[in-house]
Structures are given as C-alpha cells and as structure tokens.
Design a binder for this molecule. Structure first.
Ligand code: ME8
Length: 481
C-alpha cells in the first residue's frame, strides 16, 4: 500500500451545464479522497477534477450562445465549480484546458512525442462526429447517423499527424492482462482486451484549423490544432506540473482514475500509449463505472431530462444528496436512477433510520443513565466498511452501515429498555444502551467520508460528557411528493 493517494475524475465538457452524471463520478472521487485523507493525512492525498474546454463541440455551443468560446467556457466552468461547491466536494485542484499552465505543458508533450518518433504525417479520410469529437466507422452508425447524437457525421479528408498506437498495444495488452495496469471491474478489463484483439487503428493527434478552430496549435504546424483527446488526457499530468514539478514527483502514478464506460477506449488504450511514448509510468488503476439513465431514459439536452445536482442539494442538502445518489447502484453496473423515489428513500433511511436511532438512543441514555456511558471504541466494523470504500464498493459500504442502523433500531424494539426500567433491571439497561452508543459511534465513524457533517454531529452528541437528546431531529421529515 503506497503512502500517497492520487485520484482523478474525467475533465467534463463545458458544452453544457453539469448534471447528475458528472456529479456521480465527482462524488465517488470525493468519498475516496476523504477516506484517504483520514487514513494518510491531508498532505498525502490529491484529488483532481476540471473541465475540457477545447474542440469543435465547444466552439459550436459558444456560437449557438452568441459569445466567444473563451467567454462561454468561463461561464460553464463557473457552473461546474459552483455545483461542486454546493455539493461540498473537496478537490485539491480544478484544471481547465484553456489555462496557460496546461497549454504550455501540452506543447512540451507534443514536441516530445514527435521527438521520440511516436508521430507520423499522413492523410486521413473519415466520418467525424462533432458530438463525440471522434471519427466513427460505418459500424458505429445507425441509419447513417451517430446513434449518440442523432446526427450525420461529416466526411473529413485532411492531412493529420498520427500516433503509432500499434507500437504500444502489445505491451499495453500484457500490462492489462497481468493487472499491472488494473482495469476495474473485470467485465471492462475483458471488454478492453476484446477491443485490442479486434485491432485498433492508429489515431490522429491533430485536426486542421478549418474543422477545429478552437484548441491548442500544433507547435510545428500552426495550420493544425491538437486533437482534443490528446489535449484533455494530458490534464492528469499537466495539473501536477509534469515533468519536473514537486506534485508530479509526489503523486504520479495515479492510484485511481475514475470514468464511465463512454470514454473507456480513450483511457485504457490511448492514454497508456501516450504515457509509454513519453516514458512515464502508467496509472495503477482505471475504474470504470456504468452509465445510468434517469427514470428509465437517457439524459439528454433534447429530452430536457438532465437532473441538476443543485436542485437536489437545495431539496436535501449536500450530504443527503451524495447518500441518495451513491446508494442507488453499485459502482460498475449500468443502472437507472429513480429521482422520483428519492424523498421516499430519504424518509425511510435518514429520517426513520439514522435520525430516529440517534434520537431514541440519546433520549434513553439521558433518561436512564443520567447521560453517561463508558468510553466508546472503534470496532472491526469500521475497517470492514473502509475496505469496501477502498475497493470502490460504495453502495455496499453504505448497505453495511444501514444494516447496523437497522439492527440497532431492532435492538431497541426487542430489548424494550422502558420495560427494563419498570423491572429495575439496571445492569441490563446499561448493557443495551452501551451497545447502542457504541454502535452509533461506529456508524458515525464509518460514515465520515460520505457524510462528514452528520458524522461529526453524531460523534459530538455521543461523546459528550453528559449525553442529551438533540433539540431537533438530525433529518426533518419531507413531504413525499
Ligand atoms: O467525456 N452516467 O466529458 P463529458 C454516469 N471531456 N456517468 C456519467 C453520465 C451518466 N449518465 N453522464 C456523464 C468527456 N457521466 C470528456 C472527458 S477526460 C480526459 C475527458 C460522467 O462531459 C462519467 O464520468 O461527456 C463520464 O465518463 C463523464 O461524465 C463524461 O463527461
């Protein structure tokens, strides 16, 4: 186990506002970062997120909004920053690909790739989808259109610089097979190995200024812009000030790079190949989660069904929002999020579950034990939850916590301390309430990476010299509509 932890999210496109899909990956990274900060200390953890601001797709969106691409990206990036602030996401750095610090290093990276002979010039003819920012093959099309963007790709013929992907694929395949480059979960690893078997053509690392006007100039050919994926993937090292920066030396290679399966190929094949050409170590692990739908439908601008994390935060508060999103499905599986069931789940799990337990237990300790319990201690339970967090089983970690909440509520119902009082069974009351206080302490400790404020609140209540029932419930009941 290394003594540092570097975690990244994809840098999100700024052609549109942040939605719950972006929030999911960012929340997962936040939970992991918070866990490792507790374990390794603040200075040993680095959590990077940011925005992907170049390319034809962004230029198009800016044009539609009638402002310059820079103004447009400034606005949307601010929306991402605000959304993360509202969700109480504690990142260490937010990188924008339009920042000088990034652009400067991308130029160095391109020069180095050319210098080591990883690039060659050739002509490219192909079908380009601006929505995907990539060339598609005939197999990708449905009725002649890109199925993801419902538009016909453009026929593009241009002189481009290509990257010799073929030179690196056999080594990447070996490293993926042996888990030296771990791809989690295993289904995605097999998918990537399948892709390599099918054969992946070299990819072009540049685009003519005519098709992509908004981007980083190729240093040796100002008629061309850097392919947006080469620009974007580099962020994971430019943010650390590659190659000589202190952060780069401390934190690279990344311990976990999170993404969804929509961008699997770029991260599992192109990214490692670029790093190998640069003679940079590969990330330790790429973690691929599923793509979820909302109330049964794919989120899209045209359907207008994208859920904003801001709305959820306003309704539930940041921590509850994180809980509701993370408890929906296991990392890695494809799923549907039923936002219309959130209030029901909130009332069941937080109001009736955790909130009620805190109330009952503290009320009885105040009444029957004069607010006093023996010293509380962490048990193996916290370790068990933590090891699930470390292996990205976040929903499972939450299920463990909620199982202990439920067991504790049952213990109250079954042992009926109020009857024990009538029969003067003082030792028994003490034993039950001590167990419940210890459970609450462990529940709160395990909950810290997910719900830091709730966790601290419960710990303060339960470790007070004289325990008293909180003045108002931790979670107010919401109308279920
Ligand atoms: O692809 N379900 O940016 P992007 C789950 N700029 N996760 C989702 C999701 C959904 N429905 N929708 C989005 C890009 N995501 C590039 C990345 S990285 C060098 C460049 C999350 O704005 C998920 O993490 O399209 C997915 O991989 C990412 O947002 C795509 O964000």
């Amino acid at each position: 186990m290394s003594d540092k932890f570097y975690i990244t999210t994809p840098i999100y496109y700024v052609n549109d506002k942040p939605h719950i899909g972006h929030a999911y990956t960012t929340i997962v990274a936040d939970v992991l970062a918070r866990h490792y900060r507790q374990k390794l200390g603040d200075k040993s953890v680095y959590f990077l997120t940011g925005t992907d601001e170049h390319g034809a797709k962004i230029a198009e969106a800016a044009k539609a909004a009638n402002i310059s691409p820079q103004e447009f990206t400034d606005q949307i990036t601010q929306e991402f920053k605000t959304a993360w602030e509202k969700l109480d996401i504690k990142y260490n750095d937010f990188i924008r690909t339009t920042e000088d610090r990034h652009k400067k290093i991308v130029v160095d990276i391109l020069n180095k790739l050319k210098e080591v002979g990883a690039l060659y010039e050739s002509e490219y003819k192909g079908l380009y989808c601006v929505g995907c920012e990539k060339f598609l093959t005939d197999n990708d099309l449905v009725d002649g259109k890109c199925p993801d963007h419902d538009r016909e790709p453009e026929q593009v013929t241009e002189k481009n610089w290509f990257f010799k992907l073929a030179d690196y694929l056999p080594i990447i395949e070996k490293k993926i097979k042996s888990d030296e480059l771990k791809i989690y979960p295993a289904t995605r690893k097999n998918e990537v190995l399948g892709l390599i078997k099918q054969g992946i053509p070299d990819f072009s690392i540049s685009r003519s200024n005519k098709s992509v006007p908004w981007g980083i100039d190729l240093p040796w050919d100002k008629e061309q812009k850097t392919y947006v994926w080469v620009d974007a993937l580099s962020n994971y090292i430019t943010a650390l000030d590659y190659p000589d920066g202190k952060l780069f030396k401390q934190f690279w290679p990344a311990d976990k790079q999170l993404l969804a399966l929509d961008i699997l190929k770029f991260h599992t094949l192109l990214w490692p190949a670029i790093l190998m050409a640069l003679d940079v170590e590969l990330p330790k692990e790429l973690d691929i989660h599923g793509f979820f739908t909302i109330n049964g439908k794919k989120m899209s601008k045209s359907l207008g069904n994208a859920v904003s994390p801001n709305e959820l935060v306003e309704k539930y508060n940041p921590e509850v929002t994180k809980y509701l999103i993370l408890s929906q499905f296991s990392f890695g599986s494809e799923s549907d999020i039923r936002v219309d069931h959130f209030t029901e789940k909130y009332n069941a799990d937080l109001v009736n579950g955790l909130g009620n337990l805190v109330n009952r237990v503290t009320n009885m300790i105040e009444k029957y034990l004069d607010g006093k319990v023996d010293k509380l201690a962490k048990t193996d339970f916290v370790e068990q939850v933590n090891s699930k967090i470390e292996s990205l089983k976040l929903r499972e970690a939450l299920l463990d916590i909620w199982k202990l909440i439920q067991e504790s509520n049952h213990l109250v119902d079954d042992s009926k301390p109020w009857d024990l009082v009538k029969n003067n069974e003082h030792d028994k009351i003490k034993e039950v309430l001590q167990t419940l206080a210890n459970n609450l302490y462990n529940i709160a400790t395990a909950l810290e990476p997910f719900m830091p404020n709730t966790s601290q609140q419960i710990i303060d209540i339960i470790t007070a010299k004289k325990i008293t029932k909180p003045d108002k419930p931790l979670f107010p009941r919401l109308n279920n509509q």
